[in-house]
Each structure stands twice: as C-alpha cells, then as structure tokens.
Write a protein that binds this ligand. Structure first.
Ligand code: 25A
Ligand code: L14
Length: 332
C-alpha cells in the first residue's frame, strides 16, 4: 500500500494542534510527517504519534522533499505566499484560511456534501469557514430532497475561532482583565462583530457564510442573509438556521432525512431537554442538529439549531477528511 508524506503548516496554533490530534485518531497511511510554523516556534518539540517532532520554520524550500499533502492553518498571508509554492512542487494543499476559498480554480469542500469537487483541484483545496461547514452538513440533505429557496443564519460563535488570542480574552476577562483580541470584553457579553466590517454593513464573516454557501451548494441565486455573533463559549459554534424550502414537507419525513445524513447527529427530544449544545459538541467530529420545527410564518419554512466543534469539524477534522478522500480517490 502506498504511503504518503504529510506536512502540517501552523502546527503550533490552535487548529494546528488539533490537526495533530485528529491525525492520531484516524491513522492515514503515512511515511513521514513534517511540522512547520513561523520562526518564533522553530525548534519547539511536539509529541505526536508517540514520537517527538521538532517544529521547523516554514520557508520556500520546505516542500522540496516530496511532500504529498500539506494541511495549512497559519493565517491568510502565509497561505497566500506558501500554498502556490507547495502546489508547484506537486504537493496538494488543504488550506484552512479564507485566502483561496472563492477562487474559481479552487474547490471548496465539505466531504459529506460535495466530495466530487475534490477532483477539480489544481494543487489547492480550500476548507470552508467553520460556520459554513456545519451549516452545509445539515442543509445539503434538505437541498437534495426539497430544494432551498432562502436561508437566514444567526450564529453564536466560540472564542477559539479567533485563535489563541480569543481564548485568552475569555479566560483573562473572567479575572477582570481588559480584552486584547476583541474590541470589547467577551466575558458576560455577546459581540455582534466577527472579522472586519464591509461597506455593505455586514461583517466579512457574514459574507463568507453567504458566498461560501452558494459555492458549496452550487446555487449562485440562493437568497441568504447572516448575522454572526461572538459569545463567551470556549469551543463549539451554535447556529439558528431558518430555511425556506422549495417544496412542502412533512416534519417527520424531514427529521428522518436529517437522521440519514452523513456526519450529522439528530438530538431532538425536547420533552427530556435534549437539544445540541456547545459543551456536548466540543471534542466531537460530528455536527449536531435539534429544535427542528416548522416556521409557521411562511410556507415551507423550517427552523434548525446546529452545533459543532469549530476547531474540529469547523477546521481540523474537515481538512483531515479531505486528505482522507484525496487518498481514497487516488488523487494524490
Ligand atoms: O488573520 P489571519 O492572518 O488570517 O490569521 C488567522 C489566525 O486564526 C487562526 C490561526 O491562528 C491564524 O493565524 N486560524 C486560522 N484558521 C482558523 C480557524 N478555522 C483559525 N482559528 C480558528 N479557526 P493560530 O494562533 O491558531 O495559529 C497560527 C499558526 O500559524 C503559525 N504561523 C504564523 N505565521 C506563520 C506561521 N507558520 C508559518 N509561517 C508563518 N509566517 C503559527 O506559528 C501558529 O502555528 P507561530 O510560530 O507564529 O506561533 C505559534 C505559537 O505562538 C503562540 N501564540 C499564538 N498567537 C499568539 C501567541 N502568543 C502570544 N500572542 C498571540 N497572539 C501560540 O501559543 C503558539 O505556541
Ligand atoms: O474564515 O473568528 O475560517 O471565529 C474562522 C474563525 C474567520 C474568523 C475563517 C472566527 C475564520 C472565525
């Protein structure tokens, strides 16, 4: 059986460390792993697969040694510069930043949703935004069965989405210290502001959800609006999703359709207070859906509450699943 060389770029970061955990759990057929970060982490040792690895500084020559797949999570500017270099050396990059997602030559992939798009890659495959990924897992089965007319997203996003700095702002905020990463205290608060504001009054995070949803579901005319909010939760993004379907539905059939969907777990038993929650989704690879109920204010409307670990399914797990598909589909 063929064995692959895999690199992790940004290995010391919040997502990078989770890449390593997920890779330990899934055990891909690997010859060698290479761990890269910026100069400030070079020389740092990370224990991985029961072995000690030394983190190397990422340079233009890092991919000169037959690396087959590189999982990137080191921010947009690092991806902009280094992903094309890696691709030019025959490496397939699975990139977690927003840098390449809307590039028409770059597939934007959630493996349960549009795995076939992987085939169209030109050396770079983009991992969608965390909030988009979990929404796609829940919405694709409804799109296939009923068609989707319009989506209203409202998110409740964990501080870990903003990396180490966001995590520290919550921990230090509990102790009464002022924030460093966020523009306002996050402890005891909800901040309706994720990523930067755009001229249309939306945040970039909100427009990522709109544009990435259209690209992944393959429907440029889909009507979508979003409000994204930071909440004082460490791990796990929660989303209220209001959907207008094209066709009428029986609620029990719609629930069955979600129960049959890959990567999705229905947690919906309100009589026993069962619904998805961030504290339960944290550390899991699946996406969870509950509070499934008819929107009685429109025709063919349904409300969903969708939760997933933003660092796992929202980032590391999804990227490792793409790497797994690349190997299974013999595309690398
Ligand atoms: O805005 P940008 O540029 O797009 O960046 C977004 C940031 O969000 C994270 C990720 O931060 C990214 O840098 N991120 C990306 N996608 C995400 C997602 N889907 C996401 N977060 C959540 N969900 P991160 O801190 O998690 O990881 C950054 C990693 O990238 C390495 N890196 C940075 N520049 C690099 C580079 N690698 C190669 N070449 C470069 N030019 C970075 O390594 C890290 O692995 P590092 O050597 O720079 O340092 C990591 C160490 O430093 C500590 N640390 C991190 N942030 C801070 C910090 N210490 C103090 N203050 C900080 N603000 C960490 O503890 C770690 O040990
Ligand atoms: O585009 O801060 O993947 O919660 C993911 C984390 C954007 C910001 C992305 C956050 C980032 C988001």
């Amino acid at each position: 059986m063929k064995k692959y060389n895999i690199a992790v770029v940004g290995a010391t970061g919040m997502v990078g460390r989770t890449f390593l955990k997920v890779l330990e759990e899934v055990q891909l057929p690997v010859e060698n792993y290479y761990l890269f970060a910026s100069a400030r982490s070079a020389g740092q040792k990370l224990t991985f697969m029961g072995k000690e690895y030394v983190v190397e500084e990422l340079t233009e020559h890092s991919f000169d040694r037959g690396i087959d797949i590189a999982l990137f999570s080191a921010g947009g500017s690092t991806s902009e510069k280094f992903a094309p270099i890696a691709a030019s050396k025959g490496c397939v990059v699975v990139d977690n930043s927003s840098q390449w997602r809307m590039d028409p030559k770059v597939p934007l992939v959630v493996p349960e949703v549009n795995p076939e798009d992987i085939r169209k890659h030109n050396g770079i495959i983009a991992n969608p935004n965390c909030s988009t990924i979990q929404a796609m897992v829940a919405l694709r089965p409804l799109q296939l069965k009923y068609g989707i007319e319009r989506i209203v997203y409202s998110t409740y996003q964990a501080v870990s989405g903003a990396g180490r700095g966001g995590y520290d702002d919550l921990t230090n905020g509990i102790k009464g210290e002022p924030p460093k990463k966020f523009p306002h205290p996050i402890f005891g608060n909800c901040i309706p502001h994720i990523d930067v504001f755009l001229p249309n009054g939306y945040t970039k995070e909100e427009m990522k959800m709109v544009n990435e949803t259209r690209k992944i579901l393959g429907d440029d005319s889909l009507r979508i609006t979003a409000t994204t909010v930071r909440v004082p939760v460490y791990y796990g993004h929660s989303e209220s999703i209001n959907v207008e379907l094209k066709k009428p539905f029986e609620l029990s059939e719609l629930v069955d359709c979600l129960k049959a969907a890959p990567g999705l777990v229905v947690q919906d038993d309100v009589a026993n207070n069962v619904y998805p929650m961030a504290i339960d989704a944290a550390g899991k690879n699946e996406t969870f859906v509950g509070r499934i109920r008819r929107d009685e204010s429109v025709e063919n409307g349904v409300n969903l509450w969708v939760v997933a670990d933003n660092i796992r399914k929202g980032a590391a797990t999804n990227a490792v699943q793409i790497a797994q598909k690349l190997i299974d589909m013999e595309l690398v």
